[in-house]
Design a protein around this ligand. Structure first.
Ligand SMILES: Cc1cc2nc3c(=O)[nH]c(=O)nc-3n(C[C@H](O)[C@H](O)[C@H](O)COP(=O)(O)OP(=O)(O)OC[C@H]3O[C@@H](n4cnc5c(N)ncnc54)[C@H](O)[C@@H]3O)c2cc1C
Length: 377
């Protein structure tokens, strides 16, 4: 007979909730996880599966990202899911892209990044699917890892249950928290602390606390494709010049302005639809391609074929996939803090909200959770 008592309750079994559950459980605390759905279907299973330190600002997110990376490798080995420490390539086919990479290199030599500028020939040795025509070179970063989020996010809770006795309560929506009580759609528990990691569903619990946090929702279009034949292994995860203006790590590069102007002249729709293009590859050879970014407090649920076409059009400017066979299209939605890397606030005594990670929740999760639990203890 379950006593329905725990030290820590986690609301949400996405990557942020799971990372907090792990960090609490390994301190010997009794943990219960609630998720309103029977299995995770939020942003954490709809992403590329990229652990992406190279996108993090060295003054803010990078240290969390590097801690996370260490934990991802360890958790993958222990829980038994696939992880590829394959690094990443930002490839340059224009001088302005190369200029940004060069400036980034010189500014960040002493940071935690593990980066190197590669010639065109060395780039092609790393990945045979990079487009060779007009290739100037690339920025190689060794720190990025890839997991299959659908596998990892569904395996981690089972492993937490097996290894640490974490109690899993899927299919139970948390409706009310008044410590020590936490009431779900089915049960009432007595708990010491609560972490609310409810992702884009942030309007239902503590609406006033969330309102004060300037969170916005973002919807993204994503695709999966098989590539067939001899190009099965793309090597590192890939991106092109548009990504240089997407992530905050590059924002201090003065040379970014002329790159950005060129893209706006060539195709203003990239900015309008928030398009930059990443390619990740999972163990079965399929690649994940995305994405676009549309921000609003309520997001449209409809994918637009035209946007997928724009993404694919840009993909073909820096890669040379011959047998791209699209298998899936989907929408992801995440919550993003408008000015901070994420938000962690006390909604009530003993109740902490951890949210707003934007497109870096996989990357930052374990690092931030480690700090949350240390602060709590
Ligand atoms: C298309 C896309 C691509 C991305 N690519 C990457 C990437 O490659 N690398 C990276 O670092 N990040 C990436 N991100 C960002 C990353 O996926 C998110 O930042 C992260 O998944 C957010 O995790 P979360 O746990 O906060 O939210 P979610 O994964 O959405 O989980 C929240 C959970 O809370 C549950 N919940 C909500 N309310 C309740 C309630 N009242 N009771 C019980 N349960 C509740 C929900 O059911 C859900 O399972 C991407 C995001 C998207 C959408």
């Amino acid at each position: 007979m379950e006593d329905k008592v725990a030290d820590v309750a986690i609301v949400g079994a996405g990557v942020i909730g799971l990372a907090h559950a792990y960090m609490a459980a390994r301190q010997g605390l009794k943990v219960v996880i609630f998720d309103k759905d029977d299995f995770a279907v939020g942003a954490s299973v709809r992403n590329f599966g990229l652990i992406w330190p190279i996108g993090q600002d060295p003054s803010v997110g990078l240290k969390y990202a590097m801690r996370s990376r260490t934990h991802w490798v360890e958790v993958a080995a222990k829980a038994g899911f696939w992880i590829n420490q394959n690094g990443s390539l930002h490839v340059a086919h224009h001088q302005d892209e190369w200029d940004v990479m060069d400036e980034f290199m010189s500014k960040n030599r002493n940071e935690l990044f593990d980066i190197q500028l590669l010639s065109a020939a060395s780039t092609l040795q790393k990945s045979e699917v990079v487009r060779s025509k007009g290739l100037r070179g690339s920025l190689w970063s060794a720190t990025e890892c890839t997991v299959n989020p659908r596998e990892a996010i569904r395996r981690i809770p089972l492993w937490l249950q097996e290894k640490y006795g974490v109690v899993l309560k899927f299919g139970q929506k948390v409706k009310e928290i008044a410590l020590p009580k936490i009431n779900t759609s089915k049960e009432s528990w007595k708990v010491g602390k609560v972490f609310i990691c409810n992702g884009a569903d942030f309007q239902s619990l503590y609406p006033a606390a969330f309102e004060a946090q300037n969170l916005v929702k973002c919807s993204l279009q994503m695709m999966k494709a098989s590539i067939g034949g001899e190009q099965d292994l793309i090597g590192p995860s890939l991106c092109g010049g548009l990504t240089l203006r997407h992530y905050t790590s590059f924002k201090n590069c003065k040379s970014l302005a002329s790159l950005s102007d060129r893209f706006d002249r060539e195709n203003p729709l990239f900015k309008k639809h928030g398009i930059h293009v990443l390619v990740s590859q999972h163990a079965n050879g399929d690649i994940t391609i995305g994405d676009s970014h549309h921000y609003n407090s309520t997001v449209e649920p409809f994918n637009d074929n035209f946007i997928d076409e724009l993404i694919l059009k840009y993909l073909h400017t820096f890669t040379s996939f011959n047998n791209l066979n699209l298998k899936e299209h989907w929408q992801g939605v995440y919550a993003k803090h408008e000015s901070e890397v994420f938000c962690r606030v006390e909604a009530d005594h003993g109740v902490t909200i951890v949210n707003g990670f934007g497109d870096a929740g996989m990357t930052l999760s374990f690092g931030v959770a480690e700090e949350s639990i240390a602060k709590m203890l």
